[in-house]
Design a protein around this ligand. Structure first.
Ligand SMILES: Cc1cc2nc3c(=O)[nH]c(=O)nc-3n(C[C@H](O)[C@H](O)[C@H](O)COP(=O)(O)OP(=O)(O)OC[C@H]3O[C@@H](n4cnc5c(N)ncnc54)[C@H](O)[C@@H]3O)c2cc1C
Ligand code: SF4
Length: 495
């Protein structure tokens, strides 16, 4: 039974981030972490106090806010009572990888927490992180190998959170699972998109150790269906495996075909961030795209842009400006964005705390170059919304100096060339792979999970889709399944 008055006794509190002038000098987590030997940052009693703020309100809107259906009030109370063994049991019951979401989720659950009616929700995401971190510290995260093997072989293509969740569920259900990844390491965007300072790769690696011990096989450096020598062909894939899960992500970045786009120094965000991650891991001293000593402009005001911002500052950029075509969000919920929907309000990410300037309601008209063909500035102008469309505010044109430009304007969908074309699966109108209510594509036995079907989304949705698709695959292979299905392919966030 929760402490129904805890929220009256304790204020909402979160662990402090490391000082900006210190953390900007390295790539480590912006928070102190036990992995780095930095304990007692936010001591366990403080976490327990925060967990005590959950009143177990009876109708847990937070469940509905969380695509995984995490049993939030239950593990909040277990954390409050210092019962980390039971807490991780309850958390793992719905989430294969609470450490990814505990670090990286935008926490829609907190938007729908009843205490958010007063704008001080329970620190659900932080408590989630603490439960799994305590579990690893206490050696409570052990391999869960299957008790019986079905003899069925499943190939999972792509090792991001969707592929990993599907693979872990299917391995535990007794299938023989191989995950194929074209990159040299496993993890998808967790490995080469999301920077080290948001989630250290050691956090990913300790989970992969568990998966290997359970029997999941990983094959890296293989792009399935590419048609290149040494890569697995679609014919091999179909003949060697009883079922296939496509979890290749929505990897095609949205471009900006403005005049001057061909100038040197303009890159898609995902051309840049993997080098930053390799630099952070000490694999590259001088990344091919380096913000050191440069004036950087990032087009796109979202999370990917913020990741470019934090990376550029750590590389020693002279200045960083982030442009956003939308107006600045309000500080508090607007009337048309009521609780318990996700609050569309101004947020200051760790990267924004570290510097840089954010410009809102601006559009890029053209890129301007120097005589050597390098970008030297952007011609931008203000915009306003008229009848739902952006219109230029005449007379506001100005130049914004830039030596390096990153396009972080989202992703348009799955890569078609190679695997998708070779398999002959159909796409939907949004550029994702079309699937039915059972996560199956238009080719029987080929299932789809994560951004590749849903389109650009979030880690929590990718894990939920991976879990649900695994349930569908298991049913298709064996006729029935005990695996949970937290979401349907068409489920959407509370809105
Ligand atoms: C820079 C950035 C930062 C982000 N930050 C956050 C965040 O903080 N919080 C959050 O919730 N979400 C964040 N997201 C979104 C989140 O990372 C994605 O929604 C999530 O990773 C999608 O998971 P996925 O498994 O579907 O695909 P991905 O993570 O994209 O993984 C797909 C994998 O499939 C591989 N692949 C593709 N085709 C093939 C093939 N033919 N053969 C073999 N391998 C193949 C790719 O190489 C890739 O590794 C971020 C996204 C980006 C780009
Ligand atoms: S996964 Fe995200 S939405 Fe779900 S409980 Fe954790 S932080 Fe909240």
């Amino acid at each position: 039974m929760a402490d129904s008055t805890g929220f009256l006794k304790h204020e909402r509190a979160l662990p402090p981030r490391r000082p900006v002038n210190v953390r900007i000098l390295d790539w480590k987590d912006v928070y102190l972490s036990r992995q780095n030997g930095e304990d007692a940052v936010f001591p366990v009693p403080a976490v327990r106090q925060q967990a005590a703020r959950c009143m177990d309100c009876g109708i847990p809107f937070c469940h509905h806010g969380c695509p995984l259906g995490n049993l939030i009030p239950e593990w909040n109370d277990l954390a409050r009572r210092d019962d980390w063994t039971e807490a991780i049991e309850r958390l793992h019951a719905t989430n294969n990888f609470p450490e990814f979401t505990g670090k990286l989720c935008p926490a829609p659950c907190e938007g729908s927490c009843v205490l958010n009616l007063q704008e001080s929700p329970v620190t659900i995401k932080q408590i989630e992180w603490e439960i799994i971190d305590q579990a690893f510290q206490r050696d409570l995260v052990r391999p869960v190998p299957p008790q019986e093997h079905t003899g069925k072989k499943v190939a999972v293509i792509g090792s991001g959170p969707a592929g990993l969740a599907a693979a872990q569920q299917l391995t535990r259900a007794g299938h023989d699972v191989t995950v194929f990844e074209r990159a040299d390491r496993v993890g998808g965007l967790l490995r080469y998109g999301i920077p080290e300072f948001k989630m250290e790769k050691a956090v990913l690696d300790r989970r992969l150790d568990q998966m290997r011990a359970e029997g999941t096989r990983f094959v890296t450096g293989v792009e399935v269906g590419s048609g290149r020598d040494g890569d697995l062909t679609v014919e091999q894939l179909r003949s060697e495996y009883d079922a296939v899960v496509l979890a290749g992500g929505a990897t095609i970045g949205r471009d900006l075909p403005a005049p001057g786009r061909e100038l040197a120094g303009i890159h898609l965000a995902m051309e840049y961030l993997p080098f930053g991650n390799r630099q952070a891991l000490g694999e590259l001293d001088e990344p091919p795209i380096d913000a050191k000593g440069k004036h950087v402009v990032i087009i796109g005001g979202g999370d990917t842009g913020a990741d470019c911002l934090g990376t550029a500052h750590r590389q020693g950029a002279l200045s960083v400006t982030q442009l956003e075509i939308m107006p600045a969000p309000p500080d508090r919920r607007a009337d048309n964005n009521p609780w318990p929907t996700y609050p569309m309000v101004m947020r200051v990410s760790s990267a924004h705390e570290e510097g840089g300037e954010r410009l809102y309601s601006v559009n890029t008209e053209r890129f301007l170059g120097d005589e050597q063909g390098n970008v030297r500035a952007l011609l931008i102008h203000d915009v306003e919304r008229v009848d739902g469309r952006f219109q230029k505010v005449e007379g506001t044109e100005r130049e914004l100096p830039a030596d390096l430009v990153f396009l972080a304007m989202g992703f348009t969908g799955a890569q078609r060339a190679g695997l998708v074309d070779a398999l002959g699966v159909e796409l939907d109108a949004r550029g994702g792979i079309a699937r039915d209510g059972e996560f199956m594509s238009t080719v029987p036995g080929v299932f789809v999970a994560g951004d590749m079907g849903r389109g650009q989304s979030l880690i929590v949705w990718a894990i939920a889709e991976g879990r649900a698709a695994a349930g569908a695959v298991d049913t298709w292979l064996t006729g029935s399944s005990m695996l949970p299905r937290p979401v349907t392919p068409t489920a959407v966030a509370l809105h």
